[in-house]
Design a protein around this ligand. Structure first.
Ligand code: PLP
Length: 259
């Protein structure tokens, strides 16, 4: 069927996970499901699977610079999802382009490790640069509880104030909760302003759920939704995806959530 109007577009800055569960492939699948046109930039090449992370290669930041400039000369993204960013110079380049082009609707998922085990970003200087240079530009930052604690630990170690001093809004995601419900907590200016409650779905197929969630929130922002509306819709979409994928055995030990 012919499309009658342009879909919004989303710039996706994420690492490549060759098992396809997380990172850029999860982002592209999620944006596409929302009918948002993906503009993918690969920020890290990983070798990883359900047993852990085995190697990370960082693309030349000059290439990322060129790619971003080529994109923004062609199209202005309506939203951005920032995932794994393993390099300080890459952080500077991304911050410069976002500021220069006044790009809005930025959701930053501060990816630090893979749930199957293994660090993805584990250098204090990179974490500090991410927090100091990119958090203030983001509409929303979406750490899970471990990422929230780890980032605050690094900030405290380097005598910096906590995450809330840098981010405009922070959603602490509770997907790793052991309880019967997963609750996500939305903070603005150090104040809890909303909670989002979902039923915990038992599944081995949870790889990439953080990517699906953050990209879905950014996709909703691209359509003009408010922040709380975007989070609610994305959470419902994620719960449906987890439920629909729970019976799959593509990768038995720690498989992907499909959208
Ligand atoms: N690999 C890449 C490239 C990612 O971006 C992410 C998460 O965002 C992961 C791995 C970890 O995904 P998970 O925690 O779902 O295993």
């Amino acid at each position: 069927m012919a499309k009658t109007s342009n879909p919004p577009s989303i710039l996706l800055l994420s690492g490549l996970d060759p098992t396809g569960g997380a990172g850029i492939s999860a982002d592209i699948r999620s944006a596409s499901r929302w009918d948002v046109y993906p503009l993918p930039v690969i920020t890290a090449l990983t070798a990883q699977n359900h047993k852990g992370v085995h190697r990370i290669d960082v693309p030349d930041p000059d290439l990322i610079d060129l790619q971003l400039n080529d994109i923004v000369k062609a199209i202005t993204p309506n939203a951005v999802k920032i995932g794994m960013i393993p390099d300080e110079r890459m952080i500077d380049i991304i911050a410069r382009v976002i500021k220069k082009c006044e790009i809005k609707n930025i959701v930053l998922d501060p990816v630090l490790s893979a749930s199957a085990g293994g660090k993805l970003v584990d250098n204090d200087k990179t974490i500090l640069a991410l927090v100091e240079k990119l958090f203030p530009l983001a509409t929303l930052v979406t750490p899970n509880r471990q990422e929230f604690q780890k980032i605050n630990k690094v900030l405290a170690k380097h005598n910096r104030p906590d995450i809330f001093s840098y981010s405009n809004a922070t959603l602490i995601t509770g997907g790793d909760s052991e309880d019967s419900h997963c609750i996500d907590y939305l903070y603005e200016d150090n104040k809890l302003i909303a909670t989002f409650k979902g039923v915990k779905i038992n599944s081995n197929n949870l790889h990439g759920t953080g990517c699906i969630f953050s990209t879905s929130i950014a996709s909703q922002l691209a359509y003009g939704c408010s922040l709380t509306e975007a989070i609610s819709k994305a959470k419902e979409f994620l719960s449906d995806s987890i439920e629909a994928s729970a019976h799959l055995s593509l990768i038995p030990e720690y498989g992907p959530s499909l959208v």
